[in-house]
Design a protein around this ligand. Sequence first.
Ligand code: FAD
Length: 507
Amino acid sequence: MNLKRKEAEKLAARTPSFEEMTASLHAGPRLARGMIRETRDVVAYCRKFCDEVVRPQVLELDRGLHEDPDHLPWDFVKKANEWGFYSLWIPRLLGGHGVNFSSLSYAMEEIGSVCLAMANLIGVHYLGFGTLTSSGNARLMRRLAQDVVAGEKSGEPCLISLAITEPGAGTDVEEVDLVDKANLGCQARRVDGGYEVNGSKVFISNGHLSTWHMVISYSDLARPSETTVMMAVKTGMKGFSFGRHEKKMGQRACPASELVFNDCFVPDELVALDDRIAQTFTRSQRETGQQMIDYVVSTSRAAVGAFGVGAARGAYEAALKFASETVVDGELLVNHEWAQCWLAEMLKNVTLGRLAYAETNYANGLYGMFKLLHEEPMFSIMRLTPRFIYERYVAPLLEKPGATAFYRKRSYDGQSSCEQHRTSGLASIAKFAGTDFGIKNCQMALAFMGEAGLRQDRGAEKHLRDAKLLQIYEGTNQLNRLNLFKCLIACGCDGARVFEEKEGGLS
Ligand SMILES: Cc1cc2nc3c(=O)[nH]c(=O)nc-3n(C[C@H](O)[C@H](O)[C@H](O)COP(=O)(O)OP(=O)(O)OC[C@H]3O[C@@H](n4cnc5c(N)ncnc54)[C@H](O)[C@@H]3O)c2cc1C
């Protein structure tokens, strides 16, 4: 290698950029060393939880929901709460256990490898909390986090859901370029001292089980991309109620709920972000809206990719167990060469899916939502500072408007659009790769196991039913492919257009 520095930089900046190819190389030296030990402990903790709580009830709960689809799994949620799962990934500054956020993906793989529904009963709470975090509203983050922590202490779980999907708009609400053409019906109309919400949201995971709901709505349905409103709505508030509980093919233990708003007044103190706040940022309201979505989905898509890897692993483990117990032609199946190749292919899918979500988490730590928290010295400061210091000195500061203004400025004006695209593009890869690998392995397990795979007591057919849903939520896998094209391909390709409706429909 004999390249001048400038020449090397120019070549490295070409698509794919060097940073895109090597998030882990950049992250390695910068991320805190303590993260490895902490993540190992999280994985061990999840294995214990799976052995003691998840595995003993997984098939029975699924069977029970087949008979009574309206059943709500409070017993499981209470157990997960008792084990601390709803505050494990909430920063210590806000009263939680403050475990590094990347470890959430490994935890979701671990629990998802046994039951995706139970993994989602935990994981989607962080989709709600992550959405609130993306708003940068420190005061509201503290308020909801306090409720979650109090719920852990009292044994009455306090969960947070995210409500964005509407009866007529699913994919469209995940992209600013699409939302203006969407068939929206849920409006947050500006009134004195807050917003009045009317309409409904559907397919909201954990809806019936959650105390708080982060609701994304629009004050002007003719200009939604410029008038996004994010607010926290509490179960029991006047004008807010639950509608139907969807009956779905998989992940039955995790309810998908309809939320109904009927002149529901949400005071300003519960508004996390709206167009008036977005005006204070350097970028346009539209761009800020997409940045907010990207902050959220870049973390949640990594976690859903990890769910997919969990499904791929669960299927692989079921196939391996079957191969180790089944004799074919006088020889254990696992000793047949074709079976060894089959199992090797399945393990390859697990490993590649895991690399994709790990790479996205590195990018999130460097450029996205976990920036600052994953780097030294912040990582160690957060862990070494005694709790009473947070409670007595730091927490009151979070109530001051200056804290929110500083956090928002850093998050929104401090992230370049290149960093935003890189993180979002990698997250889409993690999402569709992990979940496609999940489906692939579930199908391979069923093909491998013959009629045994179809039996309910083997669990393999449940993995397939559960995994199918993963290709749909957090943006369908088609949408994620388009997002990847938008973020990491179109910018280096002259004349490329994406998310534009052409004659004759979508191209
Ligand atoms: C189990 C489950 C849990 C969920 N949990 C939540 C939750 O907690 N909170 C929440 O807000 N939502 C949730 N959702 C909703 C989920 O995010 C949407 O289902 C998803 O965004 C897809 O929207 P849709 O189902 O309306 O499909 P549509 O948007 O109607 O899409 C139908 C088809 O058209 C394709 N398509 C649509 N638009 C385009 C386009 N512009 N270009 C190319 N192809 C396109 C899609 O890829 C898909 O194949 C959940 C969904 C499920 C199934």
